[in-house]
Structures are given as C-alpha cells and as structure tokens.
Write a protein that binds this ligand. Sequence first.
Ligand SMILES: [Zn+2]
Length: 253
Amino acid sequence: MARLYVLPLGECCCDRGRVLTPGLHDGERVHIPIVGYLLRTDAGRTVVIDTGIHRSHVDDPDRTWGGTDLAAVLRPVMRTEDIIDYRLAQLGLRGADVTDVINTHLHFDHAGNNDAFPHATFHVQREQVAAATDHPSYPNQYWRLPGLRYNLLDGETDLGDGLLVWPTPGHVPGHQSVRVALPGSATFVICGDAIYSADNLRYDNWAGQQDPVAARASALALMERATAWGATVFHGHDAEQWRTVRKAPDFYE
Ligand SMILES: [Zn+2]
C-alpha cells in the first residue's frame, strides 16, 4: 500500500512579517515548521520530497547564516530527532534506501541534507540549478556535491507513481511544486515555498517572494489545479496548518 509520510525536520524562529508577509506582523517572532515528505510507492520506490536543514544545525544554529543579515530574521531550531536520518530510522529506513529525491528548490531548508541520499536520483528544475550554482543564497555545500546524481527537468514532468512536478516560479526561478496522487483517491499538493502559509492567500501578500508578481500567479494557478484535483494542499511553512497535519510515523494512504 502506497503511503505518504510528513516528516517534522525542525523549526526556524523567524520574523513573521519580514520573512512571510512583509508589512503585516513585522517584528513578531514565530516558529515555523521545516518539513520533508516521504512517499513509499506500490512499485517499491522510496521518494523524499525536500530534505530539510543540515544536521549540523542541531549543535550550531548559526552554522549557515551566522554573521549575515539573515541571522537577525531567521534562526534554525533543531533537535536530534529532527535530523532526517532519524526520522527515516523511525520508519525502518536508511538514506541509502531512498531511490528518488525531489527538491522544490535548493534553499538551505529544502536541500540541506541532500548528502544523506547517496543512491537517489535528484529531480530539480534546470532553471533552479542554474540560478543556485555558485550563488550564496543557496549554500552549495549542501547540495552541489560530487557523487549526487541530478536529473535536470525542463518544465512540468510526470515522474510516475502518481508524482507530478511543475514549475511554480516567483519564490525563486525554477521553483517547482509536487502533486502526489495515491492509489485510490487521496491527492496532495506539496507547495514548497510557492505558498508559505495561508496568510499569503488570505492577505494576498506576496511581498516576501523574490518576484511577487510571478509568485502570485503561480500560487493562484496552483490553488486552481489543487481544487480541480480535490487535493489536500500542504503549505511550505505554515505554523497553524502544521498543528493539523498528520505527522510521521503516522501517514496518509
Ligand atoms: Zn523554505
């Protein structure tokens, strides 16, 4: 039976306004969830969608952004059990068992543990890889590693077993979102950072995105598709929604 697990991978203590909805809630600190997903398919594939923040942040939260402007608005909060290898172990899995990884994009909280999956094929939009290469906003030490095999995608792609990815640019160029259609009728849309939280839709606020106009268009088109599919939509970093989500070792099927 195919199963979708939602993996809690820690939190970031961040400025709700400046990071998520600029002009609203500025200065209000919130803990936002860092999330990965694991799909086990009937065909025997084990797919991880986004890999979270690198395990070294358990001991050193400032490891990536210490001394930069970002440190003032965003701080990782990770416990040992938030390490992705630990979450996999709770399910009886190891990183080496993972056949595929989909990164919605290559920011440090979505591609931070790519090194944990030595046998996987990584599916990322070509445009995102081009934007991220040698760019300090996408710390290359977490994803651009010898031995990792990237499958560069050019637009919407059916990855089989109910997995569909399509570009949802605006957060960054070549950002992609993921549809997971489980056998039967349960369908899910994993936004990545195309939609951080329900607040972005509620207040029509996209000012926290690199290209707000593109981000708004991507988000509205995403919601339209999700409605047509009857899908459950998982936002990227939604503290309120997080309380309602079924978390691993529990699962959706
Ligand atoms: Zn993010």
